[in-house]
Design a protein around this ligand. Structure first.
Ligand code: FAD
Length: 412
């Protein structure tokens, strides 16, 4: 058993962990990131939001991804029975970025991790955090096991959990709460898309609704180099209960959605198909005396609005000052500085996700005669500007959205 010491231990080197590591290293702290896998590694979640660009810029991370050659993303196209409605980010209520990227996450996450290392953080790959002992206040101890079985007792002053859906601390500390959303499953892969349809705009994520199963939806995210991310979400018994391998099921279901079936008619499904289910969960608290939860470790509802990386980056940015202040011995109002703003952003997305799955949001998005001012407000939500309280759909998301959905509902 090795014994080591660090100021801040970070569990996980995804976007939240790598960004937090870079920012804390900038402040002069000794930061150790424990990452169980080896980078580059596959991760689902290629579609970023324009709000990510502000966060990457604020974290000094933009320059490490801007020459990667990722596919530019300028908007979202929703489609049902080959009928479209598009939102573009150049027509927004909130002043901000009008574009972002559709990234290869293996490369994106690797670049952020390398940047954290360059700025002084210690990154250890192939190291799994098994447990954390918080018995002594101000001196948590992490039990870490390496790929080769070597065990390390890492003493720290503070722990940031950025372990994503693995949510190491919520599970150890019983902070995990079942999500309020019904259980859903996903199938996803990368393809060589061979799309040459003139109506396809590669710079927009396509979200397709199943023609007969309104709670089943698909994504098509164009990547650079003729590749695309293709996936679908639906009730687990529907998605995983059908016959065939995951690859056969995904191809079968893609064939049922008219637009994706047409666009992907010549696609080569040449990569492994991944699957997941029950991905939604809530967390009782996002901080404790010697820890904070970042990114997906702080909760996750649904990928429909591509909000995951945005929340991950934002949570790192919002946690830096409190961690820094606390370790310098001053008092911190964690609720006001960290938990409240992160929950506020999550709440906006959660309201929109709820309206999507109730089937009500569809009528707003496909409204043939939309109010132009409201459309710009919705564009800003789709762009991830969920902390701009001047936007009425941010300030009072449930109430405003409910009213809008009622106004746009088809008369029976
Ligand atoms: C089907 C699906 C589609 C999605 N699509 C999108 C999308 O288009 N856009 C978007 O923004 N988001 C999307 N998301 C969400 C997005 O993937 C996540 O929100 C994002 O990756 C969260 O970043 P993170 O840094 O919190 O965690 P992660 O990126 O998950 O990183 C966590 C890291 O922690 C490591 N780890 C885990 N356990 C341990 C341990 N015990 N010890 C050490 N290391 C550990 C893991 O190996 C991993 O590298 C999607 C999610 C799903 C399920």
């Amino acid at each position: 058993m090795n014994s080591q010491h660090t100021d801040i231990a970070i569990i996980g080197a995804g976007p939240a962990g790598a960004t937090m590591a870079a920012l804390l290293a900038d402040r002069g702290w000794h930061v150790t990131v424990l990452e169980r896998s080896h980078f580059p590694r596959f991760a689902v979640g290629e579609s970023l939001l324009p709000r990510c660009m502000d966060a990457l810029d604020a974290a000094g991370m933009l320059h490490v991804v801007e020459d990667a050659g990722y596919q530019i993303k300028r908007g979202v196209t929703f489609t049902e029975n080959d009928h479209d409605t598009s939102f573009t980010f150049d027509d927004q209520f909130t002043p901000g970025w009008s574009w972002t990227w559709q990234v290869l996450r293996a490369d994106f996450d690797h670049r952020l991790a390398l940047e954290a290392e360059r700025r002084g953080a210690t990154l250890r790959f192939g190291q799994t955090v098994e447990s954390v002992d918080f018995t002594t206040p101000g001196a948590p101890r992490l039990a870490v096991v390496a790929d080769d079985g070597t065990r390390t007792d890492l003493a720290a002053r503070f722990v940031c959990d950025a372990s994503g859906a693995a949510r190491v601390l919520p599970r150890l500390l019983s902070l995990d709460r079942p999500g309020s959303a019904p259980s859903r499953g996903a199938l996803f892969t990368h393809v060589t898309d061979r799309i040459d349809a003139p109506d396809y705009q590669r710079d927009r994520i396509v979200i397709g609704i199943h023609p007969e199963q309104p709670d089943v939806w698909y994504w098509l995210i164009g990547l650079a180099g003729g590749r695309a991310s293709v996936g679908m979400i639906g009730p687990p018994e529907w998605i995983h209960g059908a016959d065939g391998t995951p690859a056969e099921r995904l191809r079968h279901f893609v064939g049922q959605e008219p637009r994706l079936a047409r666009l992907l008619a010549s696609a080569d499904f040449d990569s492994r198909v991944g699957q997941t289910e029950n991905y939604a969960y809530d967390i009782a608290t996002l901080h404790g005396p010697d820890y904070a939860l970042l990114g997906n470790a702080a909760g996750f509802v649904d990928p429909i609005f591509s909000s995951g990386v945005t929340i991950a980056l934002e949570s790192a940015l919002r946690a830096v000052d409190p961690v820094d202040t606390q370790l310098r011995g001053a008092a911190v109002d964690w609720d006001a500085q960290f938990e409240a703003p992160i929950r506020a952003g999550q709440r906006v997305f959660t309201s929109f996700i709820g309206a999507w799955y109730r089937g009500a949001l569809k009528h707003v998005l496909f409204n043939p005669a939309p109010d132009p001012a409201i459309r710009t407000m919705l564009s800003s939500i789709l762009a991830g500007y969920v902390w701009d309280t001047d936007n009425p759909y941010v300030a009072r998301p449930e109430r405003r959205l409910d009213t809008l959905c009622r106004l746009c509902a088809p008369s029976s």
